[in-house]
Design a protein around this ligand. Structure first.
Ligand code: HEC
Length: 172
């Protein structure tokens, strides 16, 4: 009985296996039209600049709490991530239409990076909390300056009251 069942199973497998092992049909080579359709589709699912900005704000908000806890290595991480994410947000959309024409965003972000963000990084290296507060506030006003220039004045920033990430232990 056992042998018969096995034989049935084995013969079943023998029948099924060649089907499973069949070569999948080779995909058709891409055409200009299919590539254009792919690009359009990818553009439609790309997160926009507002989403990229939430990543900037996420890191910039955590940065405040890292420094309050005098966790300098963590502060260094979040300052560096803020810079990377801001650059990323500029790549998503380097300029935007406003009522008076076209606003170039990238030069504004680059200017902030080389002044306010650089001052923040220096204060972290020097473990200078007072210098950090000045740098952070300056940067925050710079961020908001760009929101105003972008005709989004309601995106008003203030010193965060809680970190964006609850899972990170900010204590040293
Ligand atoms: C060079 C210009 C520029 C700079 C600099 C800038 N932002 Fe923005 N930000 C924008 C624009 C434009 C939008 C709106 C994007 C949209 O509507 O598609 C925005 C949106 C936002 C939003 C709203 C996102 C959402 O979907 O809720 C937050 C939060 C934000 N920015 C935080 C910051 C912070 C924090 C900084 C500085 C560390 C900063 N931004 C620096 C241009 C800038």
């Amino acid at each position: 009985m056992y042998t018969r069942i096995c034989a049935m199973i084995v013969s079943g497998l023998v029948c099924v296996m060649p089907l499973q092992a069949a070569e999948p049909a080779a995909p058709a080579p891409p055409t200009l039209e299919s590539l254009q359709a792919d690009v359009t589709r990818l553009q439609s699912i790309m997160p926009g600049q507002a989403f990229a900005m939430t990543q900037v704000a996420y890191n910039f908000s955590n940065l405040w709490f890292a420094v309050q806890a005098e966790n300098w290595p963590l502060a260094q991480f979040y300052a560096s991530e803020t810079k990377v994410r801001l650059r990323g947000a500029m790549r998503v959309q380097p300029s935007r239409k406003i009522s008076s024409g076209n606003l170039e965003l990238t030069p504004i972000a680059t200017a902030l990076e080389t002044t306010q963000l650089a001052a923040i990084e220096q204060s972290i290296t020097a473990k200078d909390k007072t210098g950090f507060v000045a740098g952070y506030t300056g940067m925050m006003h710079g961020c908001q300056g760009c929101h105003e220039a972008s005709e989004k004045p309601s995106l008003k920033l203030h010193i965060p009251t809680m970190p964006a990430e609850p899972m990170i232990d900010f204590a040293r």
